[in-house]
Write a protein that binds this ligand. Sequence first.
Ligand SMILES: Cc1cc2nc3c(=O)[nH]c(=O)nc-3n(C[C@H](O)[C@H](O)[C@H](O)COP(=O)(O)OP(=O)(O)OC[C@H]3O[C@@H](n4cnc5c(N)ncnc54)[C@H](O)[C@@H]3O)c2cc1C
Length: 288
Amino acid sequence: MTLASPTSTARGTTDPWTSHAARIVGITEEIAGVRSYDLLFSDQGQRLAYRFLPGQFNMLHLPGIGEAAISISSSPARPDQLTHTVRAVGNVTDALARASVGDAVLVRGPFGNAWPVDRLDQRDVVLVAGGLGLASQRALIVELARGAIPCRRATLLHGSKHPADLLYQQEYAGWQASGIDVHLIVNTPSPEWTGPVGLVTDIFKTLPLVPAETTLLCCGPDRMMTAVAELALKQGISPAEIYLSLERNMSCAVAHCGLCQFGPLFVCRDGPVFRHDQIARFLAVPQL
Ligand SMILES: Cc1cc2nc3c(=O)[nH]c(=O)nc-3n(C[C@H](O)[C@H](O)[C@H](O)COP(=O)(O)OP(=O)(O)OC[C@H]3O[C@@H](n4cnc5c(N)ncnc54)[C@H](O)[C@@H]3O)c2cc1C
């Protein structure tokens, strides 16, 4: 199956307020406090209708507890079976951490725009992911790895605090074998760690970039994304070729509640993926 269309959004056939019943059909313990949940819609019609693009997110709803925005981290080629990678940090995510295979979850979405999948052909694509930010890029990485999204060259830089926090460790060899140049770096090494120690920017500085032909896709803590973007700009990458995926608290996901407002933009509706030149001046405002 190929991607639905190289546009920036995709939706199922239903209205954005409707939650659809799904069951947890698989759980993977990724790293401490982080699990991936494979979800299958209960309704056959919804399984057939649902479509998404890499970078979009769903609102996962546990009745009586609440909803949380979570990136879809599986391949859009299998929109009937969705994976979400979740860190337990609060009401909904803690409840998910107690859930088992067979339990029900309501799914509302998909929401937001996508990584610029239709602009990567013939480009050198550099993906930079800090910590759990890799979850929002995994759908794209899987598609790049299987050649469904063409690009000239793909490089992934993934950084975490400790080696044990590196996400999707069992998948790096496959991504590398499919031609993606995978670089890992940690802030604090363990005795067994033989890789580089530092920040993703340390690796970024060493890449043999062709700035005019490079597109940068970044997801992680704001401070990390700001540092990577500044470095990329210094190296000559166009601000229009730097994309950052933002996370903000959100509730409605349809630009009504205002919780995720970012200057004049709404992260749920206008993002979560933004071009650097769209948001640079708001990123510079503390607390926004
Ligand atoms: C587009 C997008 C994609 C995302 N993708 C992912 C993903 O793939 N995986 C993932 O794990 N997360 C993801 N998130 C983050 C996730 O949506 C949030 O962490 C969400 O708040 C978790 O919901 P919760 O109910 O479990 O936590 P909450 O109960 O909302 O708590 C979350 C955090 O906020 C703090 N908090 C809660 N209430 C308050 C308050 N009133 N005042 C101050 N602090 C408070 C809590 O202490 C906790 O640290 C994404 C967010 C966005 C916007």
